[in-house]
Ligand binder design. Structure first.
Ligand code: OVM
Length: 394
């Protein structure tokens, strides 16, 4: 069977507004589809997406995990030393991040993270209404994450336009990327400066990464780049994930009631939101040899787009995939990826999500949406620009 073609544009406003009918069409078209607008292959079913993520030898990250092929064009931005590499380089840089962000290291942050969430949600509960994106989904990570990194208080807001630019840059050079680049001009210089050793407090994750230059695990040239990778991936993603969880709990009030009755479900409620909304929607790989995907022959040097969000709602893998169910076994979703590149910061993300949801469940009987939610347009990240809400008192 020839590989079917589709003219769906996954980097358009219409797609961002409602990707689900297109996801279904892409899943139904076959295990692999050619996106005629971009000349790339794409997979939207869970089995193939997972198989690609788990086979780095055939599906390389070193030619870039965006649309641009670094073997054909000079990278338009400095590639990540972790995300956009294969072993052995990947394993060397990743190991340093993994050590610093280990479950044990993250567990030590629990008390602080829970206290900040409690205080922030408590203050919001006193207000008549607020924007769940700006005032909570952005405000919370922008407080706890730079603190944990060992960053100064000033100008932390630059992390948002910086992340917005990088996540747009994995897509085509469209108007969303152009705007994001314009919006991030100041932020880029700031992030590079903050990645230096002298600008990171000795107790934080940043200093922990720089210490690898003393042991010879990384060079002094590599360490700021490995810090920058954490700064890029660590904020915008959790903003989108926490926003997704609040949006889910507001739209599925019976699930919020269940969370209140069983507060131990906060962690899984966040996990299920990552499945249901999938903050990081897409990444590419490039084939290193002729291979097959779902029984179809594929040549060497093909870019393959993985629709993580479509895989996370594939009815071949999930029962009632469109339902947000905080009691479901959400494990196995690909919202944090899979294989050697699986999210290195997921323990941190999960702790943030759990703390915010637990605080909401303690303070509110339900979350009421009080105005029209506005979607944010980004070539990779799915999330809201604004979500007006009110916490209904217990
Ligand atoms: C990095 C990086 C950047 C964006 C996303 C990401 C989701 C990693 O610089 O390593 O992972």
């Amino acid at each position: 069977m020839p590989i079917p073609a589709s003219d769906i544009d996954p980097f358009s406003a219409a797609f961002f507004e409602d990707p689900f009918p297109a996801h279904e069409a892409l899943r139904e078209a076959g295990p692999v589809v050619r996106l005629s607008r971009y000349g790339v292959l794409a997979c939207a079913r869970h089995a193939e997406v997972k198989a690609i993520l788990d086979d780095w030898r055939t599906f390389s990250s070193a030619r870039g995990v965006g649309l641009q092929d670094f073997a054909k064009e000079k990278p338009s931005r400095p590639p990540s030393l972790v995300l956009e590499t294969d072993p052995p380089l990947h394993d060397r840089t990743r190991k340093v991040q993994a050590r610093v962000l280990s479950p044990a290291a993250i567990a030590r942050l629990r008390e602080t993270f829970a206290a900040v969430a409690g205080a922030m949600v408590g203050a919001l509960a006193e207000r008549g209404g607020f924007d769940a994106v700006a005032d909570l989904a952005e405000a919370y990570p922008l407080t706890v994450f730079p603190d944990a990194m060992g960053m100064p208080r000033e100008n932390r807001g630059h992390l948002l336009p910086f992340g917005n630019m990088v996540f747009n840059s994995f897509g085509p050079r469209n108007a969303f990327l152009e705007q994001a680049v314009a919006d991030a001009r100041e932020a880029v210089a700031w992030v590079f400066e903050q990645s230096k050793r002298e600008n990171l407090a000795p107790e934080g994750f940043g200093a922990g990464i720089h210490a690898a230059a003393d042991t010879g695990d990384l060079t002094a040239e590599e360490t700021p780049q490995v810090v920058r990778s954490v700064l890029t991936a660590g904020v915008d993603t959790t903003v989108s994930g926490i926003g997704a969880a609040i949006y889910c709990l507001a739209r599925f009030p019976e699930q919020f009631a269940r969370l209140r009755a069983e507060p131990g479900l906060a962690r899984n409620a966040f996990e299920e939101a990552v499945r249901h909304e999938t903050p990081v929607q897409t990444f590419f790989r490039t084939t290193t040899r002729a291979t097959e995907i779902g029984g179809e022959s594929v040549e060497e040097g093909e870019k393959v787009l993985m629709f993580l969000g479509a895989a996370n709602r594939d009815p071949r893998r999930w029962e009632r995939p469109d339902e947000y169910d905080i009691g479901r076994r959400a494990a196995g979703h690909v919202g944090f990826g899979s294989g050697i590149h699986a999210c290195v910061g997921m323990a941190l993300a999960r702790l943030e999500g759990e703390c915010v949801l637990a605080a909401l469940a303690r303070r509110a009987a339900r979350i009421e949406i009080t105005g029209e939610p506005r979607r944010r347009y980004n070539n990779t990240l799915r999330g809201l620009a604004s979500l007006p809400v009110r916490l209904v008192a217990t």
